[in-house]
Design a protein around this ligand. Structure first.
Ligand SMILES: Cc1cc2nc3c(=O)[nH]c(=O)nc-3n(C[C@H](O)[C@H](O)[C@H](O)COP(=O)(O)O)c2cc1C
Length: 293
C-alpha cells in the first residue's frame, strides 16, 4: 500500500507540497476545467490590485535561450472585479486558492486585503513586495526591511487569514527583508520573485520587450533559489515557500531539503499544464526508492 505522504502548511494537511506560482495559473479556473489541478496543494492567483491595471504594452513576454523574460506589469481587473467574477468561479476549485496582492503604495496592500476579506474563498494571501513603490521613486517595497515590516504589520491588522510576503532578489537583502516580514507578523515568506533580465537584438540595437527589462525565470535559477531558501530558512522560523527554477521532481526535493516548507512551480506550467500531477508523481516515486548512503 502507498505510504501517505503529507505536508502541513498553515495548519492544513496536503498530499502534495506543490503550489502553482502567481501569474502562471490565472485563478486556477482554466486548469481546473482541463483537470490539471490534481497534484497541486494550492493555486496562487495572478496579482490583484486596488484598481484595474492594463499592464505594460506588448511585447511583454520573450523567450531566451535558457528561459523566459516577462514584463506583464501586473495586468489584472482590480479587486472589485476579482470579488464579483473570479472568486465566485474559483469557489469550486478542488484545492485552496491563495490570492497574490500587489500595490503601488504601502496602504494599497491592506486596502486590497480588507476587501478580499469579504469573500469566503481565499485560503490566504501572498503579498508581492517585489513591485515598485511609487512614493519611493520606483524602488521595490521589498528592498527596505522597514517598509516590509510595515506592510506585514498593516496586513496582519486587517487579515483574519495567513499570508506570505513574496520577496525580490533584485534589490536589498532577502534575508533581512524576510526577518522584517516575520517581525511584522507574516505567516510565511516566498523566496523569491523573478530576476531582472534583458534581451538585446544586436542587429536592431533594440530590446524585444517593449519595456526593455523584465523578470527572468529559467531552470538555471534553481541554484540561486536553493541558496536563498537555505539562508532564509536558517534565519527565520516561519515557513519558506520556494519559487524559482523548478521543472523536475528532483528540484522540488532539493528545495525541501534546503528548508522550503512548500515549493512553487511557475514558468514550467506554460510548457506542461499538467506539471503539478507529473511532478508530484515523479517525486513520490523518488521518495520510494531505497536510500543510498
Ligand atoms: C508570465 C509570468 C507572470 C508572473 N506574474 C506574477 C505576479 O503577478 N505576481 C507575482 O508575485 N509573481 C509573478 N510571477 C513570478 C512567478 O510567480 C514566480 O515567482 C517566478 O516565475 C519564478 O518561478 P518559476 O521559475 O517557477 O517560474 C510571474 C511569472 C511569470 C513567468
Amino acid at each position: 500500500m502507498d505510504k501517505p505522504y503529507k505536508w502541513t502548511f498553515w495548519n492544513r494537511e496536503f498530499s502534495s507540497p506543490i503550489l502553482l506560482a502567481s501569474g502562471t495559473a490565472g485563478f486556477g479556473i482554466e486548469l481546473m476545467e482541463q483537470g490539471f489541478l490534481s497534484g497541486a496543494a494550492a493555486v496562487i492567483s495572478k496579482a490583484t490590485t486596488l484598481k484595474p491595471r492594463e499592464g505594460n504594452p506588448p511585447p511583454r513576454i520573450v523567450e531566451t535561450r535558457f528561459g523566459l523574460l516577462n514584463s506583464i506589469g501586473l495586468a489584472n481587473p482590480g479587486v472589485d472585479e476579482v470579488l464579483k467574477t473570479l472568486l465566485p468561479q474559483a469557489a469550486c476549485l478542488p484545492c485552496p486558492l491563495i490570492i497574490n496582492v500587489a500595490g503601488e503604495t504601502v496602504d494599497d496592500f491592506p486596502a486590497v486585503i480588507e476587501r478580499l476579506e469579504e469573500s469566503p474563498v481565499p485560503f490566504g494571501y501572498e503579498v508581492n513586495v517585489s513591485c515598485p513603490n511609487v512614493a519611493a521613486g520606483g524602488i521595490a517595497f521589498g528592498a527596505s526591511p522597514e517598509i516590509v515590516e510595515r506592510i506585514a504589520s498593516l496586513v496582519k491588522r486587517v487579515s483574519s487569514r495567513p499570508f506570505s510576503v513574496k520577496l525580490t532578489p533584485n534589490e536589498g537583502s532577502i534575508v533581512e527583508s524576510a526577518k522584517a516580514a516575520e517581525a511584522g507578523g507574516a505567516d510565511a515568506v516566498t523566496i523569491c520573485n523573478t530576476f531582472l533580465g534583458m534581451k538585446m537584438d544586436w542587429r536592431t540595437g533594440r530590446a524585444p520587450l517593449k519595456r526593455n527589462v523584465g523578470g527572468y525565470s529559467s531552470p538555471a535559477l534553481l541554484p540561486l533559489t536553493v541558496a536563498r531558501v537555505f539562508k532564509t530558512s536558517e534565519a527565520t522560523k516561519i515557513p519558506v515557500l520556494a519559487s524559482g527554477g523548478v521543472n523536475r521532481a528532483e528540484d522540488i526535493l532539493e528545495l525541501l531539503a534546503a528548508g522550503a516548507a512548500m515549493v512553487q512551480v511557475g514558468t514550467w506550467l506554460m510548457r506542461r499544464p499538467d506539471a503539478a500531477r507529473e511532478l508530484r508523481e515523479g517525486m513520490i516515486s523518488l521518495l520510494k526508492e531505497p536510500v543510498r548512503q
